[in-house]
Design a protein around this ligand. Sequence first.
Ligand code: IVH
Length: 669
Amino acid sequence: MAISTERQRLLTLRRQIHTANAAYYQGLATGYTDAEFDALLAELQTIEAAHPEWVTPDSPTQQVGSDLAGHGFVSVRHTIPMLSLGNTYSEAELTNFDGRLTRILGEPVHGYVCEMKIDGVALSLRYHDGELSRALTRGDGTHGDDVTVNVRTITAIPPWIDGAPAELEVRGEVYMGLTAFARLNERRMADGEEPLANPRNATAGTLKTLDPREVARRPLAFFAYEALVDGTADTPHHQTLARLVRWGFPVEPHHQRCGSIEAAIDYCRRWREARRDLDYLTDGVVLKVDDPTQRQAAGFTAKSPRWAIAFKFPPDRATTTVERIEVQVGRTGKLTPVAHLTPVTLAGTTVSRATLHNQDEIDRKGVRQGDRVEIEKAGEIIPQVVAVLDPERPDRGPCFVMPTACPACGGEVVRDPDGVAHRCINIHCPAQREAVILHFASRRAMDIEGLGPALVAQLINAGLLHDYADLFSLADHREAIAALERMGERSTDNLLAAIEEAKQRPFARLLFGLGIRFVGEKTAYLLAAALPSLDTVASADEETLQAIPEVGPVIAESVRRFFADPVNQALLRRLREAGVQVEATPEEKAPDQPLAGLTFVLTGALSRPRREVADWIHALGGRTTSSVSRNTDYLVCGDAPGAKRRHAEALGVPILNEAQLAALAGVRE
Ligand code: IVH
């Protein structure tokens, strides 16, 4: 092949592999069988072997396709430091900023571009020959975390760009839209998980998630706001934004070129209110000098560019009175103190309640019933109490103390051993009923299709469902169910069939679904492997429980407490009578199998598709996970391994080739 054709082929292969990886991590069809995918990778390796000078760190051979889920995040030096931005809350400061620039430049600023300041997480995206090669968070400005693998799952970020300069850096903000955030939290609560605090935390947490498939499920969005060619902005900023759009990046659509600082100030005033109609959070406006020559002349201070400034919107605040403090029981049993306020208008809505989070937070702020308080809505969706305005008032009420009995059921309240939350530990507490049932029915537990929050709420209200054992007698109420909102005959039959089918779920899933505190999916599998029936788990003492890998005193105590409870015992009896599978299947009783109790990670090109090797390991009782950690027993390594091999070496995890794996399993290949 002529050099240029070969080079072309190399670029095409990289693009195809990157696209397939991105699709894979989003749970979409890649368009290739495993064998075809492996063939693409092998062809790329052949070309690179002949031209080592073409090997770049962004090549999939260096990152090894589905290997991408590294363990932890590597801190990488920014090619161009990510500086911060000077900011102000005052219009007079904006005028000063303009005056300062005029003096430095020796001429008036030719114009500004005003952009919304998106409240998310800053990203730097490097494109090499048009291919996304690296995505870093801002970090400390000098070094950022390499989140390339996760960023590849964000559909708003193009994995390659046609007609881009050879070396390009795009900067922008990853964020989560308000509707998407609300939906995510609804789903989390339906699954019995804590809601996330605000879209920014949700975004930052997601970017740092170790499993890219999980990242792909989260609704992350992106707005690009800078493009650096050879390290600098090379066109007027308003043209750069247009160019970013042509390259396929989303750009916040409300940016505007302003001919003077007065026009820019006017823009800030308008958006202070208008921003409330946007489906994403903004905390201000960024004013940027438009002309690249003027930008260069203005330069930088040690911390930030002199050619830009952030005008921050003041957080919306109001003053009101705490009429009383009430404790709410969340669907996971968490007790949250809530301040009931004299209604007050804040950011265009009437606020009559504010969360006080937990006992520690109340102690820190010193909030008591009757206090005058300042409340704020900033990057948060829920209003917060900022401060008590009259802490010296002589006739103040008593300090708040969390109740020792659950306000919803009178059950025992305990403080989380690992945190600040107080929790009602009675799973029959009516406040938790819905979440407990939804957890039982959730995909990773008993997987009852069609049983969502709306239906569970209706069934509870209709008196047909009090606990999860009731699910198995719903067949006796077919007509009543069919009469529920959005049900009907067909949906009812489907639901009843799904419930019937769920009786056969593996024992570990049942254990997970029971909702025993601290028994997550993994613990449930370990418990089921060691104690393969409901009877043996129920009768196990703490010593027996603690002998199981990863089960410590907290889990052991929680399991023991769950099974000692007479109400739970009756519940389990009903599950058993309904015909629910309460024993481990032969595969779950993994201890007899050659690879039982061992965790493997696969990497590199193996002789068979990776999925086949993984299935084979599972059939022999082993487990596979996607990333190397201290809990990995062996790394099984094929040709062209990537970062995982380095991680395994660094952690001292033994590395096997396929023949050694077969030997370990006692099988001759
Ligand atoms: S420009 C050196 N434009 O604000 C200038 N930043 O406080 C680089 N941000 O870390 C930033 N929207 O995370 C710029 N339209 C926008 C922005 C924006 C949000 C964030 C960004 C940055 C922080 C600075």
